[in-house]
Write a protein of this length. Structure first.
Length: 362
């Protein structure tokens, strides 16, 4: 039976659990703790420069494993995720974009059967200009030997393909705070009611439109794009007079959560593909912390997520902080981009009808 509008996140999770009578309820409780961490971060972000670690606070001076200078809010958000989830007994370990190695559950707390992977504050470089940012998370089942033995987790325990995710979601800290979630049965969106302190169901069954006339890409990298990407973007820019026969709008927010949310709400395609800018980095986005959870959400909403060459959720991770190219959004557009990647790169352009000709050939 469909849930009523404005049902709480707790009620939604209870209804989802009823699909699995044998379920313990641990996943529900874990997701509620994750949502509590997101509420705490939302409050801090909303205060801006007035709050602890505000937008105008100086950087920490430290560099995370990604090679990025950490902002105070990065560090604070990471700490909130850890403290909110270390004690509950549902986790065997955690991994964060902000930490070199997995986080071990302290010995005084019970260990559980799940792994939590998260980017505590995605798009934090936008904080000082008051652009929407967010938190992204993914939940995996811990390997059986970790559950049985209670041993410390290693990086290898987290190296599971995106198809193994049990749940994924994000919190968007914008004009309203939203919590968007999948537990493998579609995608639901919840809006934080600040008067109640509760996430209420406002978007019950989010679906990505199959077709679109909107794309998002960082055009400043165009000189580094591979031919299939350049071909796709050129065709979009050609508009009605080009091969696609329709006009496209281009968007670029530089906040993964905001980009994903726009596409979930109204369709579109997002490209941050592999390019030749840095041969040591086969992509810009993090597989475990960004591409996999966003990929699961998009596909559960009827869209498609890909590297351009293969489905994103089928990629076998090789390292905890692996980077990868990502294309996601409306299904027909992503499938077209994939087709361009699989076609021979040296496609011969058709000979023009009135080409310059000569009797004398080399």
């Amino acid at each position: 039976m469909p849930l009523s509008h404005n049902a709480t996140l707790t009620r939604y999770l209870i209804e989802q659990r009823r699909r699995f009578p044998q379920a313990s309820g641990d996943l529900n409780a874990l997701l509620l703790d994750v949502s509590l961490a997101c509420k705490a971060i939302a409050r801090i972000v909303a205060l801006g420069s007035l709050g602890e670690g505000g937008a105008q606070a100086p950087s920490t001076g430290t560099v995370n494993v990604q090679g990025e200078v950490q902002k105070p809010l990065d560090v604070l958000s990471n700490e909130i995720f850890l403290r909110m989830n270390e004690w509950n007994g549902y986790l065997a370990g955690m991994a964060s974009e902000e930490m070199d190695e997995p986080f071990q559950i302290p010995s005084q707390y019970q260990r559980g059967k799940y792994l939590l992977v998260f980017d505590p504050l995605d798009g934090s470089s936008n904080i000082d200009v008051n652009v929407s940012v967010g938190s992204i998370f993914s939940i995996l089942r811990a390997p059986q030997d970790v559950i049985d033995s209670g041993r410390d987790v290693t990086a290898a325990d987290f190296l599971q393909p995106g198809a193994s995710q049990i749940a994924a979601g994000y919190a968007l800290y914008g004009p309203a705070t939203m919590f968007v979630l999948t537990v493998g049965d579609g995608v639901a969106g919840f809006t934080l009611n600040p008067n109640l302190g509760e996430f209420l169901l406002t978007h019950e069954n989010i679906r990505v439109p199959t077709d679109t006339q909107e794309f998002a890409i960082n055009s400043s990298n165009s000189r580094f794009w591979e031919p299939p990407v350049k071909r796709y973007v050129d065709e979009c820019l050609a508009g009605k007079t080009g091969a696609r026969g329709k006009d496209f709008n281009m968007r670029w927010i530089a906040s993964m959560v905001a980009e994903a949310h726009r596409i979930l709400m109204r369709g579109g395609v997002f490209l941050y593909p592999r390019d030749t800018k840095d041969p040591n980095k086969p992509g810009r986005l993090r597989l475990l912390y960004e591409a996999n959870p966003i990929g699961m959400l998009i596909e559960q909403a009827g869209g498609r997520a890909s590297t351009g060459r293969q489905p994103m959720l089928g990629v076998q991770p090789s390292s905890l902080h692996q980077r990868i190219g990502l294309v996601f959004g409306s299904k027909t557009e992503v499938e077209l981009i994939e087709r361009y990647h699989h076609e021979p790169e040296n496609r011969e352009a058709p000979e023009p009808l009135f080409a310059e000709r000569s009797l004398f050939r080399n």
